[in-house]
Design a protein around this ligand. Structure first.
Ligand SMILES: Cc1cc2nc3c(=O)[nH]c(=O)nc-3n(C[C@H](O)[C@H](O)[C@H](O)COP(=O)(O)O)c2cc1C
Length: 188
């Protein structure tokens, strides 16, 4: 059966670089045989603020929770906002509290590719480290290859949104290779 890879990330900015990078990793996983599903900025904006005390969930919340529950690998992409993960992306991650009680809670046993786009190297580095901390807390396995781009110094995209920069493309291929190798290795 094809491995299922779920992407979560991006901003509400049109042409969001963090979204394009997550989509690029998903495409690289698809070339390796994966089925992919993307939850981009608008999809994440359809999630209400997570409320642990309310059992009510809308269709957007259910779709994300079920996709992560069934995923073999996950890709998370955030902009660096004020030195950290954006609220939009963190709210989506917090919703995964709904799978805490599963036999396979949170990201348990699965590889998670992490991506940050920030206007400076400092925010890129600290936000990537913060995402790794989150994934460890949620029992996932951050891939060795994380990706941080500096959106001021790097313009890695072609006009159609594909990745045109050879260095960034190589990082994307490496992260996809790590995700798929881990997912295949741990297949039941
Ligand atoms: C609210 C806000 C806060 C930001 N904070 C930082 C920051 O602390 N450090 C930084 O390097 N860039 C910061 N940026 C710039 C974004 O990280 C950068 O433009 C990023 O590439 C945007 O990602 P996107 O293309 O996916 O929208 C901030 C941008 C916004 C809108």
């Amino acid at each position: 059966m094809a491995k299922r890879v779920v992407g979560i990330g991006g901003t509400l900015r049109s042409g969001s670089s963090s979204e394009l990078l997550v989509r690029a990793v998903l495409a690289a996983c698809a070339r390796r045989g994966a089925e992919t599903r993307m939850f981009d900025g608008p999809a994440l904006a359809a999630l209400p603020h997570f409320n642990a005390e309310s059992p009510e969930r809308n269709d957007a919340e259910r779709a994300l929770v079920e996709a992560v529950r069934a995923a073999d690998a996950i890709v998370i992409g955030s902009p660096g906002y004020h030195g950290g993960v954006s609220g939009l992306v963190k709210n989506a991650i917090d919703l995964l509290e709904d799978i805490r009680g599963d036999a396979r809670p949170y990201f348990d046993g699965r590889p998670v590719g992490l991506i940050v786009s920030a206007a400076g190297w400092q925010a890129g580095g600290v936000t990537l480290a913060a995402l790794r901390g989150i994934v460890h807390a949620m029992r996932g396995w951050p891939t060795p290859a994380g990706i941080a781009i500096n959106s001021v110094e790097q313009k890695p995209f072609a006009a159609n949104g594909s990745v045109a920069d050879a260095g960034v493309a190589a990082q994307i291929e490496l992260q996809a290779a790590h995700l798929m190798a881990f997912a295949l290795e741990t297949a039941a």
